[in-house]
Write a protein that binds this ligand. Structure first.
Ligand code: GLP
Length: 261
């Protein structure tokens, strides 16, 4: 079952607190296994996780990483390619070994079989220990847009108009946002040993409610997390504002057993 944590305070305080909790989960895994495999997400949402982790005295030099997704069609080295974003925001911030961090399609092979090769690389690494997730307004995780099969694996997807409009802020014009991407599938994501999903702000409230409490449906790809036994959802008040059972989640977190603290 999911542990839903609604962090009080200003949006900035809630983000920082969520970052610390996600960093706690990652730190536990890395202390147990210094070459742990992290599932890496791009977007603004996970930034507090990387900054919280970076400020800890933790050796991350052997940690391996697999990004969730990548655009197709950007010129190589484009600053908004997820390869560039992951290098800038995760690899450089955390001091990871760039050779141990992978992004779908970055092995130079044909795009048609990039998904299979990425799946094989994740399997060869022994699977993902902790997958960090944001969520899009359409309910997507990774770039699994509505209609994605819960059994899907890493593959090419077409982005929705809503996702392209949301991500246009990173490009000089909306037309520059690629139409296609490679993304881990929902089936791939569900195989990670633990999921940590973060969401902040009112614009995410519907997607969060659908993912956490809505019917399990391919129409809200994030609802796939309901099928995972080890999920932590970290929210600010605004992102949690449409949850029916918010009071229960607060009560359960405030009164969690000592062994779970
Ligand atoms: C992007 C990414 C997702 C991310 C989502 C939300 O399209 N592919 O992995 O979770 O959008 O982004 P943000 O965290 O910036 O709101």
């Amino acid at each position: 079952m999911a542990e839903v944590v609604i962090l009080p305070g200003t949006p900035d305080e809630a983000k920082a607190a969520a970052g610390e909790l996600a960093a706690d989960a990652i730190e536990r895994v890395v202390r147990a296994r210094p070459d742990a495999v992290l599932g890496l997400a791009t977007g603004s949402t996970p930034l507090p996780v990387w900054s919280a982790l970076a400020s800890r005295p933790l050796d991350l030099s052997r940690v391996r990483g697999f990004a969730l997704d990548e655009y197709i069609g950007l010129p190589s080295g484009h600053p908004e390619s997820y390869r560039a974003v992951i290098t800038r925001e995760v690899v450089d911030t955390l001091g990871l070994d760039p050779a141990l961090v992978h992004v779908p399609g970055d092995d130079g092979g044909p795009i048609e079989t990039a998904g299979e090769r990425y799946e094989a690389a994740i399997a060869a690494a022994g699977g993902v220990d902790v997958q960090v997730l944001g969520i899009g307004r359409t309910g997507h995780i990774g770039f699994n847009e509505p209609g994605s099969s819960f059994a899907s694996r890493t593959r090419v997807k077409t982005l929705t108009a809503a996702t392209r409009a949301d991500n246009a802020r990173f490009f000089s014009s909306p037309d520059e946002v690629p139409r296609h991407c490679l993304t881990q599938g929902l089936g791939t994501i569900l195989e990670a040993r633990a999921l940590v999903l973060l969401a902040f702000g009112e614009a995410k409230a519907d997607a969060v409610a659908g993912a956490v409490e809505g019917p399990v449906s391919a129409s809200v790809p994030g609802s796939a997390i309901q099928l995972h036994p080890e999920v932590t959802v970290l929210l600010d008040e605004a992102a949690a504002s449409k949850l029916r059972f918010a009071d229960y989640y607060r009560d359960a977190w405030d009164n969690r057993p000592d062994w779970a603290r």
